[in-house]
Design a protein around this ligand. Structure first.
Ligand SMILES: [Fe+2]
Length: 426
């Protein structure tokens, strides 16, 4: 049975109050999550390809659990729609309840996809009722957080599905449309970043920002340059041809250990002959002009060293993006494949193609304050051993990215849509 067949009829869904922006935003984001499952079958949504990835069915339920737990249960009269499911669909909020083992999410044939989609609809009805009744500022902020959280899961669903499909010898395609043309990459140019004291972090007037983007604060930058575009597949192939994966002098010690242990010889989804890559459009010819994608921090760092450069610090990246965001004509609409940097003037690919690894460890900003209550576990507790990525990717929902956005992954992670923007000391 396909996912679209399980969608409740339109007249079963409460219509959002026209005047309520929050209700409209809520309905739009929730519908977009289900739309990500268009064309998939129930079997596609139940399997887990690795402990880091989750079944799509789990994402559909977990994002609903988030609203039940952090918004609906604020009213003591509310009764959870599916008693017992909170154990299954809590992700990592230890302060809420005990939770199911992450690596075993793919063992849950029950609840079925149909059960989960029905649960979503019931949570939606309760949420839209709550919004229509009027919510206080705190509940409004939690609903906004829940919507941003859900958009993060929309991107995770595309990452996890691509990884799952990539392990299937039949090489299923998620998107059956013609592959969008890559375009021709503009020559690499270096632009001076600003040096001296700059400010980074979410401004007080930002409509929404996660706690990890605050507070805005001062940073001292030394003279440096940053590349106008991302590293291309063609450039990365030259790194491989030059023995990039066989020269320990190019690698961080942990990175070289990962190369040895994992047998890395190319980015995650490239074929062994370096001629094709597996994408959400299925297997496609490797286009030398598209940006290289699905590389670890270790690979990005090794490439930069080979190229006589380095990765930008996150403050360098953010200040550079603030200076040049107007030149990046990207519409940031999810297109499932990164495009070549065609702009001949200015800066390209800040947003909407590949997240960009930085040299910065994911740490709290000075005077960081996590959110109050159980949602304080959202970001802060992950500030150990991970690196910051900036920008956004071709699977990031439109409107979700910001200059101050801090994404973060472990340096060995490769299944996220991560690429490389180079920097240099000046
Ligand atoms: Fe989550």
């Amino acid at each position: 049975m396909s996912v679209s067949a399980l969608r409740p009829p339109a007249d079963a869904m409460p219509s959002p109050p026209r005047a309520a922006t929050l209700a409209i935003d809520y309905s739009r984001v929730r519908a977009a999550t289900l739309a990500h499952c268009e064309g998939l079958e129930a079997e596609d949504t139940a399997i887990q390809s690795m402990p880091n990835a989750s079944p799509l069915k789990w994402h559909l339920a977990h994002t609903s659990w988030f609203f039940e737990t952090f918004v609906l249960l604020r009213d003591a009269r509310y009764r959870p729609r599916r008693p017992g499911w909170d154990f299954l669909f809590n992700s990592y909020y230890q302060g809420v309840r005990p939770l199911h083992a992450r690596a075993q999410r793919g063992l849950l044939s029950r609840p079925t996809l149909a059960d989960v989609v029905a649960y979503r609809a019931e949570v939606d009805a309760a949420m839209l009722g709550r919004i229509a009744d009027g919510v206080d500022a705190e509940a409004g902020a939690l609903i906004r957080l829940g919507l941003e959280h859900e958009q993060q899961h929309q991107e995770l669903m595309m990452m996890d599905l691509l990884h799952l499909f990539s392990l299937n010898p039949l090489e299923p395609r998620y998107r059956h449309a013609a592959v969008p043309p890559a375009g021709m990459a503009t020559p690499l140019r270096w632009l001076d970043g600003r040096s001296g004291i700059v400010h980074i972090g979410a401004t007080a007037t930002e409509a929404f920002a996660f706690d990890n983007e605050r507070p805005r604060h001062r940073v001292l930058l030394d003279p440096h340059r940053i590349a106008n575009r991302l590293v291309t597949n063609g450039e990365y192939r030259a790194f491989i041809a030059d023995g990039g994966y066989r020269r320990p002098s190019l690698w961080l010690s942990d990175g070289w250990a990962a190369v040895q242990a994992q047998g890395w010889q190319h980015p995650l989804y490239w074929s062994a002959d370096l001629d094709s890559e597996y994408t959400l459009y299925g297997r496609i010819a490797l286009d030398p002009d598209r940006p290289v994608c699905h590389v670890s921090h270790y690979e990005a760092d090794a490439y930069a060293r080979w190229a006589g450069a380095r990765l930008p610090g996150e403050a360098e990246w953010e200040d550079f993006a603030a200076q040049h965001a107007q030149e990046d004509s990207d519409d940031a609409a999810p297109r499932l494949l990164p495009r070549a940097a065609e702009t001949t003037a200015g800066v390209a690919q800040l947003f909407g193609d590949c997240w960009q690894w930085t040299a910065s460890a994911y740490l709290p900003y000075p005077r960081f304050q996590p959110l109050a209550g159980a949602v304080g576990e959202y970001n802060g507790k992950f500030m150990s051993g991970q690196f910051v990525l900036r920008g956004s990717a071709c699977v990031t929902p439109a409107g979700h990215a910001r200059l101050s956005y801090r994404n973060f992954y472990y340096p060995h992670d490769r299944w996220q849509f991560a690429g490389i923007r180079l920097a240099q000391d000046a």
